[in-house]
Design a protein around this ligand. Structure first.
Ligand SMILES: [Cu+2]
Length: 261
C-alpha cells in the first residue's frame, strides 16, 4: 500500500489508527451489465480488482486468483484461464469477457490469494460474488453456491440481486463453512470511484450487523454499484515467516442499483 500505508486502515481498526480514514478494502467483480436482455449483445465484460471502492483507490495488488468461475444452474465452470492482467497504478487487476450461451442466472465467484496486510498483522481473503441475469431466466439467484464452487464463505441474497433500484432494501444471509454466521459484521461501500463526497470519514464505509441467523439488510441510497462485505475470521491461520497469522475471511457480494426514472 506504499505511501498510503498509514492512512489506509480498514474501518474495523479505524479506532486504533493515528490517521483515521474509514475506508475499507473490497475485492470486486463488476460486470458490464447485471441484466442481459434478449436484444443485448450476448457477451459481458468483467472487471476484477482489490481496492477502496468509495475513494477509488489506492489500488491494491490482486494476484492471480486461486479460483474464478461461474455457477449456472448446478454447474460450476472454471474461468481462471480467461483472465487477462491489467496494471492500474502498478497493481494487478484482471479482466475477462464472458459469452452468454443460455438463459440463466450466472453467479460469478472469486477466491483471491491471501493478501498480506502488515497494518493489521493478518492475511485478507475476500471471497466475492456477483450475479448476472441473462435472457429472462430470473432463476437461481437465491441458491447458495459455496459447495458447487468450492468456496468457504458467501452472502446469499434474499432480495433479488439484479435489476434493483436506488432506495431498495437489500437483504442477504451470511454463510461460512455452510452455516449462517450469527452477528456477522457487514461492511457496505458504494463504488464512488472518488467522485462521491462523504460528509465524514465514517460515512465512507457503512456497517450493519447480521442477526442470530446471519440475516442483514441495507437500504441503498444512491444509484450505482454497492458492495457488501461480511468480515469474519477463517478457522485456520496461515503461516508467515514461521508464525501463525490470522486470516480475515470476507464474503463479498456486489449489486447494482438503478436510478428510477
Ligand atoms: Cu487497504
Amino acid at each position: 500500500m506504499g505511501k498510503f500505508f498509514i492512512g489506509m486502515l480498514v474501518c474495523a481498526v479505524a479506532a486504533f489508527a493515528l490517521v483515521s480514514v474509514a475506508s475499507a478494502h473490497f475485492a470486486m467483480i463488476i460486470p458490464s451489465k447485471d441484466v442481459v436482455g434478449k436484444d443485448d449483445k450476448k457477451e459481458i465484460g468483467l472487471l476484477i480488482q482489490f481496492t477502496h471502492p468509495f475513494e477509488g483507490g489506492p489500488q491494491m495488488q490482486m494476484d492471480k486468483p486461486v479460483k474464478f468461475g461461474v455457477v449456472a444452474g448446478d454447474q460450476a465452470t472454471d474461468l481462471l484461464g480467461t483472465l487477462k492482467e491489467k496494471k492500474v497504478d502498478g497493481k494487478s487487476t484482471w479482466e475477462t469477457n464472458f459469452k452468454i450461451t443460455k438463459p440463466a442466472d450466472y453467479v460469478f465467484f472469486l477466491q483471491p490469494e491471501p493478501f498480506w496486510e502488515p497494518a493489521e498483522d493478518k492475511f485478507i481473503v475476500h471471497v466475492t460474488k456477483v450475479i448476472v441475469d441473462a435472457l429472462g431466466a430470473e432463476e437461481g439467484w437465491d441458491k447458495p453456491i459455496a459447495a458447487t464452487a468450492g468456496i468457504p464463505a458467501e452472502i446469499v441474497p434474499l432480495t433479488r440481486p439484479y435489476s434493483l433500484y436506488a432506495g431498495n432494501l437489500f437483504k442477504g444471509q451470511v454463510f461460512k463453512d455452510g452455516k449462517p454466521v450469527s452477528g456477522a459484521e457487514v461492511e457496505v461501500e458504494f463504488w464512488g470511484k472518488g467522485k462521491t463526497k462523504a460528509p465524514t470519514d465514517a460515512h465512507v464505509c457503512q456497517v450493519v450487523k447480521a442477526d442470530h441467523n446471519g440475516f442483514f439488510s441495507f437500504a441503498m441510497p444512491k444509484a450505482g454499484w454497492w458492495g457488501f462485505s461480511a468480515v469474519m475470521e477463517a478457522a485456520t491461520p496461515l503461516k508467515r515467516e514461521g508464525k501463525d497469522k490470522k486470516v480475515e475471511l470476507g464474503a463479498v457480494l456486489w449489486v447494482h442499483a438503478y436510478a428510477m426514472e
